[in-house]
Design a protein around this ligand. Structure first.
Ligand SMILES: NC(=O)c1ccc[n+]([C@@H]2O[C@H](COP(=O)([O-])OP(=O)(O)OC[C@H]3O[C@@H](n4cnc5c(N)ncnc54)[C@H](OP(=O)(O)O)[C@@H]3O)[C@@H](O)[C@H]2O)c1
Length: 314
């Protein structure tokens, strides 16, 4: 396999931290563009990985960083915006993708791997709507594109099991909106593998891959299982939609925006698919049962250790 020079946008996040070392293992050279490389130095310790400061929304800056690359990977995405009119989602998903496409064309970078999400373009949320618009831009780009549509992604440090484990540790009871919403959680290692394979297999060009795990579970099941594994079993109360919508409205004012009205609108659609994109790429999806217990068990042991230390200090 010929090593490639790859530029990754959004590569400092949860998926990028898994994908970049995976690409590095294939011998590729990787430039990760970050809005603040000082806060994101960990990846730069790999010999052929370089984390560079770049305002990815600036076409001229992007062109400078893309020069000489063989492929670009766009992992940038947000679940929440500052306001609530959709302009933040539009900027991060649609405008950034358009800027990247223009910069790729100007610099002769023909290959583009685009991260999206299941149900992109459907429903009423700004998140899914702008994801769909970004996909349309990619398909119309005349670049050699591949699009990935994952369900929710799990793995160490995820925003799903780890986040709920944290909430369950603090809350005596957990009221959740859209508790019956269904997901097919997919392992972050499998997502990284899908990108790595697509990059070196030209037949993936012009295709969209749904990345789903082997099991469909509801949000309620996810939260209950998390409580069981992390040692913080709490009553989980599924809120009727009227109360769920109210919780989402209040959530927008809380630190870290645990839930927003836009999240609530996205949750109205099940994040499940009917095509096994991992299988199409020759990857056997990793079951949650193989990863999550050890992941949360480690969390639990650390929490117990911290409690032990706190009570035995001095
Ligand atoms: N995690 C999931 O369950 C899941 C499920 C479906 C789809 N996805 C999609 O997969 C991609 C990667 O997910 P992730 O969980 O790794 O996300 P993440 O941890 O939030 O990382 C995304 C990265 O994008 C950059 N970024 C964030 N907001 C930006 C903005 N407004 N403008 C420019 N850059 C921005 C950040 O890099 P810097 O701060 O270094 O610039 C950040 O490290 C995203 O597109 C996400 O929507 C994720």
């Amino acid at each position: 396999m010929k090593p490639l020079s790859i530029v990754v946008l959004g590569g400092t996040g949860f998926v990028g931290r898994r994908l970049v070392p995976r690409l590095h293992a294939d011998g590729h050279r990787i430039r990760v563009l970050s809005r603040n490389r000082e806060r994101r130095r960990e990846l730069g310790v790999l010999p052929r990985v370089c984390v560079e400061n770049c305002d990815v929304h600036d076409r001229a800056a992007l062109k400078r960083h893309l020069a000489g690359a063989d492929a670009a990977i766009n992992l940038v995405g947000i679940l929440n915006e500052r306001g609530s009119d959709g302009s933040g989602f539009r900027k991060a998903h649609v405008e950034l993708t358009a800027t990247l496409i223009a910069a790729c064309k100007a610099t002769g970078v023909h290959r583009l791997l685009q991260m999206s999400a299941l149900r992109a373009g459907e429903g009423a949320s700004h998140y899914l709507h702008t994801r769909g618009e970004a996909e349309a831009r990619v398909r119309a780009s005349h670049l050699a594109w591949t699009i990935f549509r994952p369900s929710v992604i799990f793995g160490p440090g995820d925003g799903l099991f780890c986040r709920f484990a944290e909430l369950l540790r603090k809350a005596p009871v957990l009221p959740i909106a859209r508790a019956g919403a269904r997901f097919a959680p997919v392992y972050v290692g499998d997502v990284a593998e899908a990108f790595a394979r697509a990059l070196v297999h030209p037949h993936t060009t012009g295709h969209t891959y749904e990345l789903i795990g082997p099991r469909v579970v509801t949000l309620r099941e996810i939260v209950r299982w998390t409580g069981h594994l992390s040692g913080h079993r709490r009553p989980v109360i599924g809120l009727p939609d009227a109360l769920g919508a109210m919780q989402a409205r209040i959530g927008e004012w809380l630190p870290g925006k645990p839930i927003s009205r836009d999240n609530f609108r996205s949750l109205r659609l099940d994040s499940i698919g009917d095509k096994d994109g991992l299988g199409q790429l020759g990857i056997v999806a990793t079951p949650m049962e193989l990863i999550v217990p050890a992941m949360l068990g480690a969390d639990r042991r650390e929490a117990e250790l911290a409690r032990y230390r706190a009570t035995h200090r001095g």
